[in-house]
Design a protein around this ligand. Structure first.
Ligand code: NAG
Ligand code: NAG
Ligand code: NAG
Ligand code: NAG
Ligand code: NAG
Length: 309
């Protein structure tokens, strides 16, 4: 495990505003590859607030103190500052966990899948208090296909939920659960790759690269209790366990992204039933897509503790 103390000044630019933030204590736990599409929708501020309240109620006041997530006064993008809406970021795509590749190549296990399609929802641009910088995000949920069997939850602070079916190809993405369905049409501009508009690019950098993700009050490393594989993921999980216990729930997930290739993509939500409307925090409101892109990247996933200092 690379256990690195990073003292770094991030100069985070969101729209026209700049914030200076120091980050410390990041332990790298695992790595993964991603290929998919992300889009951003606007959701009513009061819906976001309800979700944040639910988050605060769901975390216990552990040794590390209770982290706080609020919609800040300065949310970065000028059109958000006075708006009744806040962005929610939805991604879907193919995830592969690298740490298990070697083992499973030699010992294939039909009940374990380390790669597959996943869908995630997060609330970006949150702060520790109303005047703080918008550097935190809340991981609301992650969906995976239940037919995959057991999976290592490499986004270990996301609440994972199984669904019946996820399909994704170059023109369409579909997720089904019982009678619920979400169908999104996609036009990827990969060949040739057109980069997303500069401002959009910056927004996405913000959401994925600069932020600290909260979610579950403790990381989910339970996969490691169920399997005796030798893997970096489980070795690293064991090593951070006592720090996690000491700082929980004030711990967050941090990404380091490399080999990123982002291309413009157009998405349209073709069909969405009420279950998935609630899942993406939309309720009955009209769908307002702010930005979208397709991207592939390698990601190192780490834990920062304490997260809010
Ligand atoms: C960030 O860290 C540097 C060096 O440790 C320190 O001088 C600076 O005051 C810190 N800035 C903030 C905003 O905490
Ligand atoms: C708000 O949070 C920032 C860091 O996120 C901190 O520097 C500042 O002191 C906090 N302000 C208040 C009033 O607590
Ligand atoms: C995939 O693409 C084809 C068109 O090439 C389409 O007919 C099919 O329904 C798509 N959707 C999924 C989820 O496979
Ligand atoms: C999927 O469907 C099952 C069974 O109807 C339900 O219990 C579960 O909450 C649903 N999951 C999601 C994420 O909607
Ligand atoms: C959208 O959903 C409705 C209701 O489930 C269904 O009748 C319709 O065929 C769906 N449309 C598409 C394009 O899948």
């Amino acid at each position: 495990m690379r256990n690195v103390r990073i003292i770094k000044v991030f100069l985070i630019s969101t729209g026209l505003l700049f914030f200076t933030v120091n980050a410390t204590y990041v332990s790298y736990v695992t790595s993964a590859a991603w290929d998919g599409v992300g889009f951003c929708i606007y959701v009513k501020r009061e819906t976001i607030q309800k979700r944040l309240d639910a988050y605060h109620n769901s975390i216990s006041d552990g040794c590390g103190g209770r982290p706080s997530l609020v919609i800040p006064e300065k949310r970065g993008f000028s059109d958000l500052e006075t708006s009744d809406y806040h962005p929610v970021f939805v991604t879907f795509g193919h995830v592969t966990s690298h740490d298990f590749d070697d083992y499973l190549k030699h010992n294939p296990d039909p009940c374990v899948a380390v790669s597959g399609l996943e869908v995630s929802v997060k609330i970006p641009l949150l702060a520790a208090n109303a005047s703080g910088p918008p550097i935190y995000a809340l991981s609301v949920a992650k969906l995976y296909e239940k037919s995959r069997g057991d999976i290592p939850k490499i986004n270990f602070l996301y609440p994972y939920f199984p669904v019946d079916e996820i399909q994704f190809n170059d023109s369409e993405f579909v997720v089904k659960n019982g009678s619920d369905e979400m169908r999104v049409s996609v036009i990827k501009h990969n060949h040739p790759c057109e980069s997303p508009r500069p401002i959009v690019m910056e927004e996405f950098e913000e959401f994925r690269v600069s932020e600290f993700y909260f979610g579950l009050s403790k990381p989910d490393f339970s996969f490691c209790d169920r399997h005796s594989f030798q893997s970096d993921f489980c070795t690293n999980a064991k090593q951070v366990q006592s720090a996690v216990d000491r700082h929980a729930p004030n711990i967050c997930q941090k990404y380091e992204v490399s080999n990123k290739r982002a291309c413009d993509a157009s998405v349209e939500v073709v069909n969405i039933t009420s279950g998935f409307r609630d899942f993406i925090l939309l309720g009955r409101d009209p769908i307002n897509i702010l930005a979208s892109e397709s991207y592939s990247s390698d990601t190192v996933v780490g834990l920062k503790y304490p997260c809010q200092e």
